[in-house]
Each structure stands twice: as C-alpha cells, then as structure tokens.
Design a protein around this ligand. Sequence first.
Ligand SMILES: CCCCCCCCCCCCCC(=O)CC(=O)SCCNC(=O)CCNC(=O)[C@H](O)C(C)(C)COP(=O)(O)OP(=O)(O)OC[C@H]1O[C@@H](n2cnc3c(N)ncnc32)[C@H](O)[C@@H]1OP(=O)(O)O
Ligand code: NAI
Length: 234
Amino acid sequence: MASQLRLRSALALVTGAGGGIGRAVSVRLAAEGAAVAACDLDGAAARETVRLLGGPGSEEGAPCGAHAAFQADVSETRAVRRLLEQVQACFSRPPSVVVSCAGITRDEFLLHMSEDDWDRVIAVNLKGIFLVNQAAAQALVSSGCPGSIINISSIVGKVGNMGQTNYAASKAGVIGLTQTAAREFGRHGIRCNSVLPGFIKTPMIQKVPQKVLDKVTGMIPMGRVGDPEGGLFM
Ligand SMILES: CCCCCCCCCCCCCC(=O)CC(=O)SCCNC(=O)CCNC(=O)[C@H](O)C(C)(C)COP(=O)(O)OP(=O)(O)OC[C@H]1O[C@@H](n2cnc3c(N)ncnc32)[C@H](O)[C@@H]1OP(=O)(O)O
Ligand SMILES: NC(=O)C1=CN([C@@H]2O[C@H](COP(=O)(O)OP(=O)(O)OC[C@H]3O[C@@H](n4cnc5c(N)ncnc54)[C@H](O)[C@@H]3O)[C@@H](O)[C@H]2O)C=CC1
C-alpha cells in the first residue's frame, strides 16, 4: 500500500499519453498517486487516457480535476510553450515528473528515404524532446522546484535497425541530449534519464512486416515482444 502514495504530491506531464506506452505510463503514475497532465497530438486520445484514469477533465474544456488532458504538437515551439503554460494554469504548479513518450516512425531504407520522412521523425522524436525538456526545466528552475525528466529513446538508438536511419538517429540523439541535460540540470535538482525499450506491443509496431517481427522476436530471450504494462510476471 505504501507504494500507492509514492507519488501522491507529484504532478506528472506525459506526452504521447494517448498512445500505447504513454497511456500505460499515465495509468501507472496515477495508480501511485500522481496527478497526470496527459498530452497528445490526438486530443481525443489524451482525453480517453484521462477518462481511464477516472478523473474529471476528460471532456474537452472540462475543469481541471485530479487529471487533465491537453492537445499539443511537441514539435511546435509555440505549442510546447502553451502546453506548459496551460498545465501550470490548470494545476498551479509546474510538473515535477515529465515523461516524453510522443514519437513516430516513417520507416524506409536509406536508399529511398524522403527528406520529409527524415525531417518529420527528427522534428517529433528529437526536437520534440528538446522543446519539452527545455520548457519543463525552465518552469521548474524558475519556481525552484526539483524534478525528474524521463525521455523515451529506443534500443534502436543504440544498435540501429534496418529501415530506420531517421528513427535510429532521432533516438540516438535523445540519448545524447538526455546525458547532457542530466549534467546541466543536476545543479537545479532535476534528474534526467532515458529509457531504451525493445519491441513493445503498441500501435507503433502494427506496420512492421510480420517476417521482420518474427526475425527479431527470435532474438528475444522471452520469445515475445513486451507489453506496455510491463507484464513482469506474465
Ligand atoms: C544485437 C541485437 C540486434 C537487434 C537487431 C535490431 C533490433 C530491432 C528491435 C527494435 C525494437 C524497438 C523498435 C522501436 O523503437 C519502435 C519501432 O520503431 S517499431 C518499427 C520498427 N521498424 C522496423 O523494424 C522496420 C521494418 N521494416 C519495414 O518496415 C520495411 O522492411 C521497410 C519499410 C523498411 C522496407 O519495406 P520493403 O521495401 O517492402 O522491403 P521488405 O519489407 O520486403 O524488406 C526487404 C528485406 O529486408 C528485411 N528487413 C526489413 N526490415 C528489417 C529489419 N528491421 N530487420 C531485419 N530485416 C529487415 C526483410 O525481412 C526483407 O528480407 P527478405 O529476406 O528479402 O525477405
Ligand atoms: N512500441 C515500441 O516497440 C517502442 C516504442 N518506443 C518509443 O516509445 C514512445 C511511445 O511509443 P508507442 O506508445 O509505442 O507508440 P504509439 O504510436 O502507440 O504512441 C505514440 C503517441 O505519440 C503521439 N504523438 C505522435 N506525434 C506527436 C506529436 N508531434 N506531438 C504529440 N504527440 C504525438 C501519438 O498521437 C501517439 O498517441 C515513442 O517515443 C516510441 O518511439 C521505443 C522503443 C520501442
């Protein structure tokens, strides 16, 4: 029961909160007592996450309650600034926990990859984390609050993956950004870490050809992809 209150005083901002991992993260944070600001490009998906958390604020324009949904494109500077303003206006404080889950893929072999597919993946997966980390840390520093920022990278950022030069570069960039931010933010009491998941069963992997999934799953000791809830004992 003690773990239920581990985050009771925390306000957590989760980006990509309408997706597989972001929704699971939001549910877990709320279960441990945090108030959750669920943000997604897809506002309806963010509101569905808040509905699942059981908090008011799940309807568009509803007053903020224990949890609240926000719509924002993390790759847009003004949108991210507005997001942090809205979250602080809603909860009267900056988020002390920030989990950056928003991300996309635009897979193609480098020989054929379009510049647009490169640009968009870098904009969302890397620049989006730059913008959210910067805005959240600025809010924490100006209010003198400590915090913990968790950026979702990928094992692909470490080992590469065929068809994902854009995605791999973005995720490798997240690792380097996080390691540097951790050095800079530490003096302000803000921790910054990245997580590098392998395949997790979410909408993001639905486009992966089955023959590829079979190949990679064969290399996974458990013989299966992960599930967003963690499924540690399944
Ligand atoms: C030390 C451990 C090594 C680990 C190896 C890599 C680990 C990868 C784990 C990733 C876990 C984290 C994933 C993540 O962060 C979330 C995501 O990014 S989900 C999306 C992941 N995307 C992919 O894996 C790309 C899959 N490939 C494709 O979508 C298509 O192949 C692509 C659009 C790139 C090209 O399509 P097309 O032109 O139609 O070619 P084919 O699909 O027919 O492929 C040609 C040929 O190449 C083989 N192949 C393609 N992708 C991969 C791959 N990622 N890994 C291995 N082999 C791949 C494919 O099987 C074909 O081989 P044939 O023998 O010719 O059939
Ligand atoms: N599913 C997997 O196998 C793995 C996923 N990851 C990473 O985990 C994170 C979450 O991925 P999943 O939950 O699997 O994907 P998902 O596709 O289920 O969820 C991604 C969410 O991000 C949102 N999003 C996309 N672009 C956005 C933007 N510009 N602004 C705000 N929100 C945006 C989407 O609307 C979606 O709800 C991503 O960063 C992904 O790269 C890392 C390793 C493995």
